[in-house]
Design a binder for this molecule. Structure first.
Ligand SMILES: [Zn+2]
Length: 348
């Protein structure tokens, strides 16, 4: 069934408080499909800023979708000024195929020789050129840019790392107050620039304050992560003056500023990776972070002690690609952990 409101460019400019659900359709058929993206709009009773929130540009990244569903349900439009537009499933084909990109995700992990970009978050351009012509992802980014994003006053793009990594909010230093207000306990200042062709890159280079958030894990829903995502969305709307009230921030936030120290942990032995820690745990200098046990004797054949007080940011045998199962059986040379040293840590 087609929901009324397809490609109504004035959807977010209507007056009258309320919530609407519609579909945004791409302009042309590309790679065999014309696509319809779900659009959820929360319109306040007074005119004001426009926030655009995108999620699931990559089909395995699901916690942003659930966060949007919760935030949309809980927004009270009678108390809103302006408008929030949510595009919760930017990649409706990849999500159905349980893969990051459409038509193929294997270009991420293996050398194929294919030169076509299939990563949606590298396909954002103000204007189409011959080098980024007709493709499924280009059709989607074009219509979203033209219809919503270029009109935005603030933008949030939700992604997800695998469960080897901690969730992380990221933004430019000039948007530090937005990043803090978002309220995730862990945030990093983007050191140079967002990746060229990414949604946040295009928005920021067009003067729209924008941030990105990785909501761990992929493929599955984690309730704590969804709660972080929902709070982040509500906080962003409060920070932008769309919702009333002050952003709710956690007691402790870890800031990873430019030049923060990292320690990559690589095993030099084969074995079973074990640890008493979970990602997000603080570790103190000299503490054993992880060990690798021999598959013959179960004796430790590799041990890593924290060189400084830091946060366990990654833990696990790095998968060989999002399409491979994670495993605690690891091999020499493999990255098995990452420590990050916050540049600031504290409350408010
Ligand atoms: Zn992503």
């Amino acid at each position: 069934m087609i929901t009324p409101g397809i490609n109504t460019t004035s959807l977010h400019r209507r007056t009258g408080a309320g919530k609407r659900r519609g579909l945004l359709e791409t302009a042309h058929v590309a790679q065999g499909v014309k696509t319809r993206l779900p659009v959820l709009i929360a319109q306040g009773s007074r005119p004001g800023p426009l926030a655009v929130v995108t999620a699931c540009q990559h089909g395995r990244e699901l916690n942003g979708i659930a966060s949007i569903a919760r935030a949309f349900e809980h927004i009270n439009t009678k108390e809103m000024t302006g408008c929030a537009v949510f595009l919760p499933i930017m990649n409706p084909l990849a999500i159905r195929a349980h893969q990051m990109d459409f038509p193929l995700e294997k270009l991420r992990y293996r050398h194929t020789g294919v030169s076509q970009n299939m990563n949606m978050n590298r396909a954002w351009r103000k204007n189409r050129t011959s080098t980024n012509s007709n493709s499924y992802i280009q059709e989607i980014t074009d219509i979203v840019w033209k219809t919503y994003l270029k009109h935005a006053d603030v933008c949030l793009d939700l992604h997800a790392w695998t469960d080897n990594s901690l969730s992380l909010a990221m933004g430019y230093k000039k948007h530090l107050s937005l990043l803090k207000a978002f309220g995730l306990p862990w945030f990093a200042v983007v050191e140079s620039s967002y990746a060229s062709g990414s949604c946040t890159w295009l928005a920021c280079s067009s003067g729209i304050p924008s941030m990105i958030c990785e909501l761990t894990p992929q493929n599955m829903i984690c309730p704590e992560t969804v709660a972080h995502g929902e709070r982040g969305i509500m906080n962003l709307l409060k920070f932008s003056g769309i919702l009333s009230g002050e952003p709710e921030r956690p007691e402790t936030q870890y800031e990873f500023g430019p030049g923060h120290k990292e320690h990559v942990i690589k095993t030099d032995a084969e074995g079973l990776l074990v640890s008493d820690h979970r990602i997000g745990d603080p570790v103190t200098q000299g503490e054993t972070v992880l060990s690798v046990l021999s598959l013959d004797s179960l004796k430790p054949v590799f041990e890593f002690k924290a060189p400084c007080d830091s946060l366990l940011f990654n833990l696990g045998g790095c998968p060989f690609g999002e399409d491979s199962l994670p495993s605690a059986v690891v091999y020499p040379g493999q990255m098995v952990g990452l420590l990050k040293q916050p540049t600031k840590m504290g409350s408010q």
